[in-house]
Design a binder for this molecule. Sequence first.
Ligand SMILES: Nc1nc2c(c(=O)[nH]1)N[C@H]1C(S)=C(S)[C@@H](COP(=O)(O)OP(=O)(O)OC[C@H]3O[C@@H](n4cnc5c(=O)[nH]c(N)nc54)[C@H](O)[C@@H]3O)O[C@H]1N2
Ligand SMILES: Nc1nc2c(c(=O)[nH]1)N[C@H]1C(S)=C(S)[C@@H](COP(=O)(O)OP(=O)(O)OC[C@H]3O[C@@H](n4cnc5c(=O)[nH]c(N)nc54)[C@H](O)[C@@H]3O)O[C@H]1N2
Ligand code: SF4
Ligand SMILES: [Mo]
Length: 764
Amino acid sequence: MINAIKNFLGLDIKASKYALSNDPMFGRISDAKKPDKWVFSTCGYCGVGCGLYIGVKDGKAVYTKGNSAHSVNMGTLCPKGLSEHEMITSSNRLLAPMVRKNGKLQNSSWDEAFTQVSSNFKSISDKHGSRAIGVLSTGQLLTEEFYTLGKLVQLGLRTNNYDGNTTLCMASAVVGYKQSLGSDGPTGSYEDFQHANVIVLVGANISDNHPILKLHIEKNPNKPKIIVIDPRSSKTAQMADLFVPLKPRTDLALFNGLAHIVLEQGWENTQYLKANCTGLGDLRKHLQNYPPQEVANITGIDVKTLYEIARLIALSPASLTAWTMGVNQSYMGTDTVSAIINLHLLTGQIGRPGAAPFSITGQCNAMGTRETGFTSSLPGYRNYGDEKAASQYASIVNVPLEIIPTQRGYKYGEIIEAIERGEIKALWVVATNPLVSFVNQDRLRKALAKLELLVVQDAFMSDTAQLADVIFSAGTWGEKEGTYTNSERRCNRANKAVNPPGIAKSDFDIFLEFSSYFEGVRELIYPSWTSPADAFEEWKRVSRGQLCDYSGMSYEMMESHGGIQWPCNEQFPLGSPRLYTPDIGFRTYDGKAKLLPLDWIPLQEPENEKFPIILNTGRTVEQWHTRTKTREIGILNDLAPEAWVDINPADAHVLQVKSGDRLSLSSPRGRVENIVVRVTQTVREGDVFVPFHFNTQLINQLTPSIFCPKSGEPNYKQTAVQLHSIKVPEGIVMKPPKISGEISHETIPMTTPKIVSLQHEVRV
Ligand SMILES: Nc1nc2c(c(=O)[nH]1)N[C@H]1C(S)=C(S)[C@@H](COP(=O)(O)OP(=O)(O)OC[C@H]3O[C@@H](n4cnc5c(=O)[nH]c(N)nc54)[C@H](O)[C@@H]3O)O[C@H]1N2
Ligand SMILES: Nc1nc2c(c(=O)[nH]1)N[C@H]1C(S)=C(S)[C@@H](COP(=O)(O)OP(=O)(O)OC[C@H]3O[C@@H](n4cnc5c(=O)[nH]c(N)nc54)[C@H](O)[C@@H]3O)O[C@H]1N2
Ligand code: SF4
Ligand SMILES: [Mo]
C-alpha cells in the first residue's frame, strides 16, 4: 500500500505524509516534477464538492491537491480526488467525434458528425413530431452547460422527453422536498454536521461515498450521537453509537413509527407546528396505523430502540438527518423522504444550526441540473404548468411564450419504454452510461436496438458509446470551465487547467456549435453567447427572486470564498447556510410546510421459493459508477479490480463457499457469473451485497424495472435473486433459513478484494 502511494505520487514516503494533507510539501517535489502552475478548481466526482488545485506542467495535469482554505474539505481529499488528474490521460479517452460507417465507428470531423445528427433529428421530427427525439443527460456537467443544454433541448429541438441520470439518484429527494416544503432544495449545510447533537444517517454510507463529510463530524464539539440506519453494517455503521439494521425497504414504516411515538409522548414542538405547518390533524389520525409494536414487526427493530431513537431526535437541542440512496432508490422513495421531513417538522428540527432534514447529493453537479436543467422543472425551480412562471421566464430570456414547455415530458424509465413502443426514434445520451447503470439491462439493450439513431456525447469510450451511431467527443473535468453546486447549495468554480485531447471540445462548445445546425436556433436561444460566462450571467437573471437565487454571485467571489451557498442576493450577499430559517419561508401557496399522511408498502418483488435472497447494490470508495473514469487509475483500481458478493456466514455454509470462492447470481431477468465471495457478518442472513460498478460482472442485468411512481426513481436496492455455487449442484438451489434480522456489529475483516483506506482518509 505504502509503495502504491509512493509510486502514485512519485515522492519519497516521508514527504508523502505531507503530500496527502497539506500544501507546504509541494516545496519537496523535485524540481523536475514541480508544476508550472496551480489552477483553482473543484472536484468533479461527488456531490461533497471539495476545493482543490490542479498542478499543471508542460500543458499536462500532473497533481491534484486539496485547498486548505476551503470550508468543505479543509485541504483534504479522498482517494478519487487525489488521483483525479490521472483520469484525464486515460487511454480510453475519445479524441475526435465518430460516425458509424459500414457498421464500424470511425473518426470524423465535427461538421460531419453535426450534419449527420442534425439532419436525422430534423427528418425524424418532421415525420413523427419533435417529441420522437429523447435526451438523457447527467449530474456531471457544469451548471453553465446544463442551462445551455436545457435550452437547446426544450426550446431548440422542442422536445420535453428529456431527463437524466439524476432520476436514478436524487429524484425522490426532489419530489419529496416539493410535496412537503413546496420546492426542491436541500435544507442544510455541512456545518450542521458540526453543530448537531444527534446525526442520523439513513441509507447513506458516507465512509465510502462522501468520506470528507466525516471531517465535519469530527469537528463537532458536542460529541454527537450518531445513528446509522441501514440493513447492512456498512463502513459508516462502524462509527455509529446506535446502529439500526432494519429489514430492507422498511424505512417509511420506521419514520412513521417514530412520528407516532413523538405524538404519543407529547414530544412534538407545538409552537413550531402552529406557526409553520399544516396537516397535523390528518397526520395524527394516520399515524394511529403505525403503533410501535406493529412498526417493530415490520422493521425488525425492537420497540425499546424505537422509543430511544424518537427521543433522541425529538428532544436533543439539534438533530440532523442525512440520507442518500438507501432512501431515494425505492418504489416509495418520494414518500420516504417526506416521512423523514414529517419527523423534522413535528419536532421543529429544521432551519436552525444543526437541525435539518438533509439529502446529500451524489454527483458533483446534480444540483446544477436540478436548478437550471429544464428536466424536473423549468429553470429556477419554476413549476411546469405554472403560466405566470413560464411567462416570467420567457420575458427574462426574450423568447416567445409558446415555445416554453407546459408540462414535463417522460422520465428516464418512461423514455426507455417509449423507445420500446417505437414512439421515440432518436436518443441523445450526454455524460451518462446507461449500459452499466440502468436497471434491467437485457430489456434496455433490446430497446436501444430499436432506435433509428443513438448519439452519445462522452469524454470516454463508454459501454454506451460503443453502441452509438454517432459520438460527440467531449472534454471532461480539468479541461473546461464553469461551476458546480454541491449538496449544501454551494456554488463553486471549476477552472480549465488543460486542453481537451485531440479535437474533443467542451460540452458547452458542442451545444453552441451543434445549435447552429438548426435554422434560427442559436440566434434565438444563445444571442451573442461565446463562453460559459454568458450562460452564467443569464442564469443569474433567471434565478433572481427564486429560492435558488444566484443573482448576487460572481466567479471571483466563488474563488475568494471557496464557493457561495444560494440563496445569494441583496438580503444574503454571501449566501445563506440553510433554508427555512425565520428569513426564508416555505415556497408553498400558504407559506406553510405540509405534514403528509404516507403509507408503507411491502417489497414489490419479495424473496420467494425460486429467488430466496435479497440483493442489495451500491458503491465502494475506490470506484466511480461505471468506471470510465477510475478503471485506469492504478491506485484505485488495484484495490477494487472486480465485483464481489458479501454473504453472511450462515448462507455461505449452505452454499459451501468461503471467501475467495466464486458464486453466480440469477434473477428473473438474467444471470451474472463468477463473482468473488466475501463471507462477512456485515450483511444479514438472506441478504447479499454487490457493487454495481463493474461491466465485467454487470449486476444491473438482475435489477428490476420497478420505479417510484412519483419520482420515477428505480428500486435498485432490493432484487430477489438465487445464488449458485460450483460445489452445490444446480438442482439444489439454496433456500436460506427464515430471515432472522440478526446482524453483528463487527469490524469488517477485509479479505478479497482489499479495501484499504489511504493514509489521509479521515477517521472519526
Ligand atoms: N466512491 C464513490 N463515491 C460516490 C459515488 C461512487 O460511484 N463512488 N457515487 C456518488 C453518487 S452519484 C451517489 S448517488 C452517492 C451514493 O451514496 P450512498 O447512497 O451512500 O451509496 P450506496 O452504496 O448506493 O447506498 C447507500 C446505502 O444504502 C443502503 N441500503 C440499501 N437498502 C436500504 C434500505 O432499504 N434502507 C436503508 N436505510 N438503507 C439501505 C446500502 O446498504 C448502502 O450502505 O455516492 C456518491 N459518491
Ligand atoms: N444497481 C445500481 N445501479 C445504479 C445505482 C446503484 O446504486 N445501484 N446508482 C445509480 C446512480 S445514483 C447514479 S448517479 C448512476 C450513475 O450512472 P452513470 O451516469 O451511467 O455513471 P457514470 O460512470 O458516472 O457515467 C457518466 C458518463 O459521463 C462520461 N463523462 C465524464 N465526464 C464527462 C464530461 O465532462 N462530458 C461528457 N460529455 N461526458 C463525461 C463518463 O465517461 C461516463 O460515461 O448509476 C445508477 N445505477
Ligand atoms: S469526497 Fe467527493 S468531492 Fe471530495 S475529493 Fe472525494 S470524490 Fe471529490
Ligand atoms: Mo447518484
